[in-house]
Design a protein around this ligand. Structure first.
Ligand code: COA
Length: 460
């Protein structure tokens, strides 16, 4: 097992500083680990305890009568160097250091000390100053975030702890499935480039999303990001873009936020997709994680609302995607079925008087047209349609096809029934959003990534 693999697929985990007291970080990590269903061996380490949460506790790492692949360290910072030394001697491969009180408060010496000690033994360190790590295929939740993370295909790397924990909670509410969540904190050793490199080969991960404050080794990051972007989309949300924001970054994780322009240029060159907000980053990630790959073919927008059609046209254009007239085959197929005043341009406006069946039919016709490569279905709730019926029928018809043959992104706009329709679509693996701009920006991300990927592969 290589050392980074031990972070995702450890055969055994020790929690050093596992507390007996509910509400303390060391207790909550142990509880998450046990209750989320990790199948390997778990060893609480606490010199004061005999047993915690029904698990036999050990006074030290060296007293564990077995090999240990990963340790999660949750003792005060001044105790961490000794724990690392002992873990190294035991043959531990990776230490997940939760403790704060290192570089972020000026204690560079303490941080260097733990890295030096780990290196002696070939052990890697994640952190310090982190909330932990989650890897859903192995049912590992070694974090003090929420427990019931939904398995899926998004890898989320976050340099921010509390924001990361909050977003972890958001993924559960929004039913966004993740393969892994990694709190990366001060990046004393394991950094973004290491994780990108590993996750490029991780089968459960289809898309990588990074909340980034600063990069440790710019040259390596560029090299790795460019390589990884040829096989998987990498989305970044960069914090600290303003002068005041950059100062805030320095006191948060002790990173250098750097020059905004330099970062944006690097992201473009390496094929990284830079999102403008956390919401956009997760919208894109959800879309990539559900959708089959977009290769080529026309983009067709099907809407029953002219205004919504205009909004998505604007958003697509602002993101570098222009609509061209729909394929003739599709126009010919739809013409006899639509009212005379329907617009058969792109967007195809099937009009507000369309029925449930008529709308589903139009979307499916677009999806099944050979020249079409991607469909954006924009639906506005009307009194003559029912969004939950439309969603249910779309799901049924796509199931009958054996799954999505090409990307279909939906925006359903309206009241309470629309809320449930969106949930239904997302649960069925069709990315759906309540606002047209969010869906259009996600469509643009799929198309832009396909262009980027081709460019990177050409230049490789
Ligand atoms: N080995 C193992 N366990 C030990 C130990 C040792 N050598 N010495 C003491 N312990 C036990 C303690 O007895 C305690 O268990 P108990 O509650 O059953 O008595 C447990 O380890 C934790 O130690 P404690 O001193 O109570 O620390 P704490 O839980 O108050 O704080 C940290 C520890 C790591 C949580 C804290 O120092 C810290 O850094 N907090 C910030 C974490 C953070 O926010 N990280 C970034 C998130 S984004």
């Amino acid at each position: 097992m290589n050392t980074l693999e031990a972070l995702f697929k450890p055969r055994s985990i020790a929690v050093v500083g596992a507390s007996r007291q509910p509400g303390k970080i060391g207790y909550e990590i142990l509880r998450n680990l046990k209750e989320y269903g990790y199948g390997g061996r778990i060893y609480p380490v606490n010199p004061q305890a005999k047993e915690i949460l029904g698990l036999k506790a050990y006074p030290s790492i060296s007293s564990i009568p077995d090999s240990v692949d990963m340790v999660v360290v949750s003792v005060p910072a001044h105790m961490v160097p000794d724990v690392i030394e002992e873990a190294g001697r035991k043959g531990v491969k990776v230490a997940v250091v939760i403790s704060s009180g290192f570089k972020e408060i000026g204690r560079h010496d303490l941080e260097e000390e733990i890295v030096l000690r780990a290196r002696k033994y070939g052990m890697r360190i994640l952190g310090p100053n982190i909330f932990g790590v989650v890897y859903t295929p192995a049912r590992i939740n070694a974090s003090f975030g929420p427990k019931d993370v939904i398995p899926g295909h998004i890898a989320f790397i976050t340099q921010s702890g509390a924001l990361g924990i909050a977003l972890m909670g958001m993924t559960i509410v929004e039913k966004i499935g993740v393969s892994t969540i990694i709190s990366i904190g001060n990046k004393s050793d394991i950094d973004d480039a290491d994780l990108l490199e590993y996750l490029a080969g991780d089968e459960a991960t289809k898309v990588i999303l990074i909340y980034l404050e600063g990069v440790k080794d710019g040259k390596r990051f560029i090299e790795v990001a460019r390589k990884v972007s040829t096989s998987k989309p990498v989305i970044v949300i960069k914090a600290g873009k303003t002068e005041v924001g950059a100062k805030a970054v320095a006191s948060h994780t002790g990173s250098l936020a750097g020059n905004v322009l330099i970062y944006s240029t690097v992201f473009k060159q390496t094929g990284i997709l830079e999102a403008r907000s956390v919401e956009e980053a997760f919208d894109w990630a959800r879309t990539f994680s559900y959708s089959p790959e977009y290769r080529d073919g026309d983009l067709v927008v099907v809407t029953n609302g002219g205004g919504a059609g205009v909004l998505v046209t604007d958003t697509l254009s602002m993101n570098g995607v222009q609509l061209s007239p729909p394929p003739e085959t599709l126009v010919n197929a739809l013409k006899p079925k639509l009212p005379g005043f329907a617009s058969l341009g792109n967007p195809i406006d099937v009009t507000g008087m369309i029925s449930n069946e008529g709308y589903v039919d139009a979307v499916m016709s677009a999806l099944l047209d050979d020249k079409v490569g991607i469909v954006l279905a924009v639906y506005c709730q009307t009194a003559v349609t029912d969004p939950t019926i439309i969603a249910g029928e779309l799901i049924k018809r796509i199931k009958e096809l054996g799954g999505l043959p090409k990307p279909l992104i939906a925006s359903f706009i309206g009241g309470e029934e629309v809320y449930w329709a969106i949930q239904k679509l997302n649960n069925a693996g069709i990315p759906a959003f309540p606002m047209p701009e969010r869906a259009a920006s996600s469509v643009a991300a799929l198309i832009n990534y396909s262009r980027i990927r081709k460019r990177l592969l050409r230049n490789a």
